[in-house]
Write a protein that binds this ligand. Sequence first.
Ligand SMILES: NC(=O)c1ccc[n+]([C@@H]2O[C@H](COP(=O)([O-])OP(=O)(O)OC[C@H]3O[C@@H](n4cnc5c(N)ncnc54)[C@H](O)[C@@H]3O)[C@@H](O)[C@H]2O)c1
Length: 456
Amino acid sequence: MRIAFIGMGKLGFPCAVALAMKGHQVFGYDTNSTLIEGYTRGEVTPFEPGLDQQYASCRDNIKFCASIDEAVGASEAIFVATPTPHAPSHDGSFPYDGVPRDFDNSFIETCLVDIGRAIRTHARDGVFRNVLVISTVTPGTMVNQLGPATEKAAGRAIGDGWTMVYNPFFIGQSTVVKDFLQPEFVLLGCPVNDGGAGERLSRALYSTLHDRPICPMNWTEAECVKLCYNTYLGLKVLFANTVMELAHRMGHVNCDVVNGTLKLARDRLVSPKYMDGGMADGGPCHGRDQMAMSFTARSLGLRYNIFDAINHGRDEQTSWLADVILEERAGRPVVLLGMAFKENTNQTQGSPALLLANILRQKGVFPVMHDPAIRPDAELPTKPAVYFIATRWSEYRNFAFRPGDTVIDPWRMIKDVGPGVKLISLGAGRNEAVTITTESFRNGATKAATPLAKAV
Ligand SMILES: NC(=O)c1ccc[n+]([C@@H]2O[C@H](COP(=O)([O-])OP(=O)(O)OC[C@H]3O[C@@H](n4cnc5c(N)ncnc54)[C@H](O)[C@@H]3O)[C@@H](O)[C@H]2O)c1
């Protein structure tokens, strides 16, 4: 098939490569000409393991276009993956100010208007075009804003020579190609007035990629599924982290025993993923999607805004981690090992490591930041320091800590730190019990820990 890909960033480029690997002819376009020049030279910008070889294997199937008009004119299916950002203050790297925001839809709207104009220009070529919008938007955006804007620009109603499907992806950074080609399911948010064309054409396209389940629904339902999926993951992470914090405060509880056992309850508690206890949920999607659902819940007047609770809980748990660092600090420098929002990526948008750094700065401590993919040459202190494992990079398992250092590990991944180094494995259990008294219940603080003879 001849497929346009508009927006060739972290999501778009690897997906375009995946389509090209399946033999499709891809027509790519991005407003960032530097990015396109790099791709044209064979350089792969998104940090994705294996993507450079995958691109090299199918470069002949990707043509970069000079305009949206050229890409649309050449194609029968048009994927759109332009950004729908939150302001950096609301992407999850800074504490939440309590006022949820909608995404900025200006990039996607401008882009769809250009696509609409191109559909108008090429209307007489006999090609029925299917526009598949991937970008994340809040429920109602397709019906209220993007659909009407594109229809107006196209100068003809949906169903008349073209259609538009809301087709959000459930994809993780560092596994984009795999997740695109082996998804749990494919969401097809279809317009009500295209006579079924969007669903039919999209099914035909996806049948060339895999045989995963296809879930057709309307535009707004698909918008809801996308955001509720990511928000539910955020809820799981928050829950597992709460178990970690409780375990750490109680002392004689290992959170991996509790979360590990809950993971066995696959019948009623769904899947074991995102149930480990560690840093807050993050990345370019989850934090901001929670913000968007919080905005939606507030706009609809929900009496209890669980999404807002997730946003605040994420901040409070990270603030607690900052306090653990401060309690251990004793005048030593603080090093955060890891800046990326998860291992095997260089993405920092919405990173809980950055949130922790920002909270520490608010508390007057300016940490050194190190990351194997982002800042491998960071100048580390020569004297004893407090190290915090902010990203679960495997490189940190054998990091050369020195006597006098303290290592705080919310993942419980560091097993051996050598002599003279203090290791605090958060939530791992310390063979001691905390006395919970009426007074501590009232004050919200537990009394000094009492060593237990034996771990329970
Ligand atoms: N990255 C992911 O894993 C992921 C997963 C699911 C959904 N999404 C959603 O997909 C969208 C894109 O995400 P991303 O991470 O690829 O963003 P990105 O910022 O990495 O890439 C977006 C690209 O779109 C380009 N662009 C902006 N305006 C344009 C226009 N008018 N025409 C053509 N190109 C234009 C930008 O130059 C940029 O290269 C967002 O809405 C995001 O929420 C991303």
